[in-house]
Write a protein that binds this ligand. Structure first.
Ligand code: ADP
Ligand code: MG
Length: 303
């Protein structure tokens, strides 16, 4: 097991930021850490990286206790903190050499050159960090996190604040440099999770509300609720639609267009069709939609 979190609670004065959290991340897994702002994601990541201690509970990284062995744990982890704090007055190369020095790496210059190459910083390496675009600053942050070749990468919202092209670039870079590493990354972008994560952990108000393989989370949502988009020739009344067998909610999207949700063993489309025939409506179109991860997330984290 690469990361083990056991019954972790974190109090900030009397506020519970994390409430008896437990989970495990296996070696080589890429885990998406999701949750609304304030859910406790950054707090959990700071505890795993050994930067702050839990109030109660234990965290092990590669079998080492993050509190009692925090220095060893930090050397096993590459950490990109939220908002990527960097020394804006330092030059890219100078900064990475400084970081390499902190880790007391042998062949410092060679390792810095490798990182500059790997993260695509070649053309910007002689600039001050403050002069770089946000996308390039994120590359510097990743280079900093990877320079000591850690087994585990903890990335706190690595793509936040980037434009759509930069997001894709950084995402590719993470997949590329993260091969053979255990990765935990927090994000608000669901496509990101679907594109690169094996597993999803969703946090809400300091508690875990989902922890499963990305595929399973989709399937769970799918088996519970059917979502059907229907276009009628004229609008039925809400009360009529509500009475259809299995229907749990109906939404009028625009004239004649409805989204009908149902919880049922049978395909609700048959019931909708029968309802239309029995009541002399015509169904102009009908499509069953799978729930998106976004919708699953909203359901699990609404308060
Ligand atoms: P997330 O990263 O999911 O947005 P955080 O871990 O940053 O959540 O915050 C969880 C909760 O803990 C929030 O309510 C936040 O205000 C609070 N919090 C975070 N850091 C501190 C701190 N240093 N002191 C007091 N409260 C904090
Ligand atoms: Mg955060």
């Amino acid at each position: 097991m690469s990361i083990e979190v056991k019954q972790v609670t974190k109090l900030y004065v009397d506020q519970k930021a994390l409430d008896t959290i437990s989970f495990e991340i296996k070696t080589g897994e890429v885990v998406g850490f999701l949750g609304p702002n304030g859910a406790g994601k950054s707090t959990m990541m700071k505890i795993i990286t050994g930067f702050i201690p839990p109030t109660w509970g234990e965290v092990f990284v590669e079998g080492l206790d993050a509190v009692t062995h925090s220095m060893e744990v930090r050397s096993l982890i590459g950490y990109l903190p939220e908002n990527n704090p960097l020394y804006l007055d330092m030059y890219v190369k100078e900064y990475l050499e400084f970081v390499a020095g902190i880790y007391k790496l042998p062949n410092k210059k060679q390792r810095v050159d490798e990182m500059i190459h790997q993260t695509g910083l070649e053309i910007e390496k002689h600039k001050k960090i403050g002069a770089l675009s946000k996308g390039y600053r994120q590359r510097v942050g990743l280079a900093q996190a990877l320079i000591h070749d850690p087994k585990v990468l903890i990335l706190d919202e690595p793509t936040s604040g980037l434009d759509p092209n930069q997001i894709v670039e950084i995402r590719h870079l993470i997949s590329e440099v993260g091969k053979e590493k255990t990765i935990m990354l927090s994000t608000h972008i669901m496509q990101e999770v679907e594109a690169i994560c094996d597993k999803i952990i969703i946090l809400n108000q300091g508690k875990i509300v989902a922890n499963d393989q990305t595929l399973n989370i989709h399937q769970q949502a799918k088996s519970k609720t059917q979502v059907v988009h229907v276009e009628f020739n004229t609008d039925p009344k809400v009360e009529e639609l509500d009475k259809i067998s299995g229907v749990s909610s109906v939404k009028h999207v625009k004239p004649k267009h409805w989204i009908i949700e149902a919880v049922s063993e049978n395909d609700v489309r048959e019931h909708i069709f029968k309802f239309a025939v029995d009541n002399s409506y015509s169904v102009l179109s009908m499509q069953q939609k799978e729930k998106t991860l976004e919708e699953v997330f909203q359901e699990l984290t609404k308060n």
